[in-house]
Design a protein around this ligand. Sequence first.
Ligand SMILES: [Fe+2]
Length: 436
Amino acid sequence: MTTATPATERLYQSGFGNEYASEAVAGALPQGRNNPQRAPFDLYTELLSGTAFTAPRRENRRTWLYRRQPSVVSGRYQQYAQAHWTTGADREIALPPEPLRWNPLPLDGAAEADFIDGMHTIAANGDAEAQVGIGSLMYLAGRSMERRAFVNADGEMLVVPQQGRLVITTELGVLDVKPGEIALLPRGMAFKVALPDGLSRGYVCENYGAHFRLPELGPIGSNGLANARDFQAPVAAFEDGGGAYELVKKFGGRFWKAPAKQSPFNVVAWHGNLAPVKYDTANFMVIGSISFDHPDPSIFTVLTSPTDTPGTANCDFVIFPPRWMVMENTFRPPWFHRNLMSEFMGLVLGEYDAKPGGFKPGGASLHNCMVPHGPDEEAFDKAAHSDLKPHKLDNTLAFMFESRLRFIPTNFALQSPALDTDYADCWAGLQDQFKP
Ligand SMILES: [Fe+2]
């Protein structure tokens, strides 16, 4: 890989949705026009459009690539087996109207799987063909992708590592991502993932709908939550030397593979606003209650994928990072509730304040549309009786993929030994305490 710096001090470009420009070889980026008769150094020009040509300017995403071979050069595709990565809502599966929870999915047997073969859909909604909905997935992997690349034509991928660092090589350059950070990989852009720490586990939101963007801030103002400057796009980098590659493509919910004579990571220069990015959740500026009451979790939204209905998201990516709790005369954990929106949660590290015992890092929970949930018996008892001094929730990172569409768990998830069949018992001890 040709890069301007060693991997330990990787260079990035700052911002979200910026008009970035980068060249791995000086002079490779054409100036003044996107598509000169002959591009510098006889590179091929290729446009990757992440939105319709005519999408409104503020939503429009596209990037010009200057590369050694255009991506149209590949061998013939044949079907590829990936049984655990399913797409969209499977309405054949009986969806229980109950809260569901999974213990951490074990990494036993994952040593030989790479990031693609180790992907498991836990629950999904919508329909990739209709460009609606998301999949909530987990990867359980131990092997780096070497001369193998993946293209997802069905959606962009939001990657939330929980155990193990990821080195994500993309057509536009390389991202180093560690637990606590997230990566957003555009639909249709080739990438591969190396696992420098060996066995690795994490969560993925496969977003079939409108691409993720920063939420509006309303009365919060022009600063706060995730700031655009803290997102990092790679600088241009390309692989030297030939040698065969295998391309794996997800296309319409099915998997395909084709041989390639050359690495797809052959982009020498690029410019545009469709780029993979990473973000460190430690840079999230938390807004919270400083008087009383527990605000809606929407104040923790990092990124949102909107629908045509204002304020009703295809997916909100929400985090629960370290923060101070100072509210007075208030039940501080989340209240008991039922919600139109459906909530898939994961835990990267530490504990979650509404479930101090049973929700473990690497686990997951699912509270679907109108399924009641809330603090468990232990959390309720503590929050109702403790002395409300300022208290820091520290060393914790939970997150939520929240969607307007109900998630249907996969057969894999419902039959997994990791499914916590006693989950609902955590509320069984909540007694009628009415004292008129
Ligand atoms: Fe909830």
